[in-house]
Design a binder for this molecule. Structure first.
Ligand code: C5P
Length: 219
């Protein structure tokens, strides 16, 4: 199979990451969730005494970060951060960290490097618009807000946190707004992306849907 880049964007809770991961397994293509990088940096900032206005320090953290992925785990500078980056604290803070232009440039460089020598499926907010504008396939997943919130609630329950649905809805709304309205690389559908509404789809249907479109090369 020739080298290919598949970009999957959309708001949080649309099933992007799970779809991208399982699609990667089915197609035997490497998969990376770019959100883990923004979450990883946010986690490190939250753990430190760095203030939101200490831009130089924040950008240094991004420049010095090295992300590795294996067995569905995320490692930042050798440390397993898989669980930490899914916390409510990180979820609340990540959108204000990810609007910093220099931080984005640093992470986008790292994201592009991964695709230098191999095929890649990457999911995020700006993959089809900024990171890989020439991607072979671009998908934009959307989903009803309440369904997204219940999916997130399930994920939290699996991690042992019982978070009220109202709180999750509020956070998702706030994050959508910040991600869509930021100046640099806002969350938006690339002109040539295929939009898929996942509200009534189970995960297998989502994977099949993308897989069929890739295989039949229908756009
Ligand atoms: O996809 P996920 O919910 O893990 O992304 C967490 C946050 O990271 C997003 O809300 C967004 O602020 C940021 N992000 C981004 N660009 C990406 C991926 C994630 O700005 N490519």
């Amino acid at each position: 199979m020739k080298k290919m880049i598949i970009a999957i964007d959309g708001p949080s809770g649309t099933g992007k990451s799970t779809t991208a991961r399982l699609l990667g397994e089915r197609m035997n293509i490497r998969y990376i969730d770019s959100g883990t990088m923004y979450r990883g940096i946010t986690h490190v900032i939250l753990k430190s005494d760095i203030k939101p206005n200490e831009l130089k320090k924040i950008i240094e953290i991004a420049n010095d970060s090295k992300f590795e992925y294996s067995n569905n785990k995320v490692f930042m500078n050798g440390i397993d951060i898989t669980k930490e980056i899914k916390s409510l604290e990180v979820m609340n803070k990540v959108s204000s960290v990810s609007k910093i232009k220099e931080l984005r440039n640093s992470l986008v460089d790292k994201q592009r490097k991964v695709a230098e020598d191999e095929s890649l499926i990457m999911d995020g907010k700006d993959i089809g618009t900024v990171v890989f504008p020439d991607a072979d396939f671009k998908f934009f997943l959307i989903c009803d807000l309440n369904t997204r919130a219940s999916r997130r609630q399930e994920e939290f329950l699996d991690m042992g946190y019982n978070i009220p649905i109202d709180k999750i809805i509020k956070e998702l709304k706030k994050r959508d707004e910040m991600d869509m309205k930021r100046t640099f690389s806002p969350l938006k559908k690339a002109k040539d992306a295929i939009e898929i509404d996942t509200t009534h789809m189970i995960i297998e249907e989502q994977i099949d849907c993308l897989y069929r479109k890739i295989i039949s090369n229908t756009y």
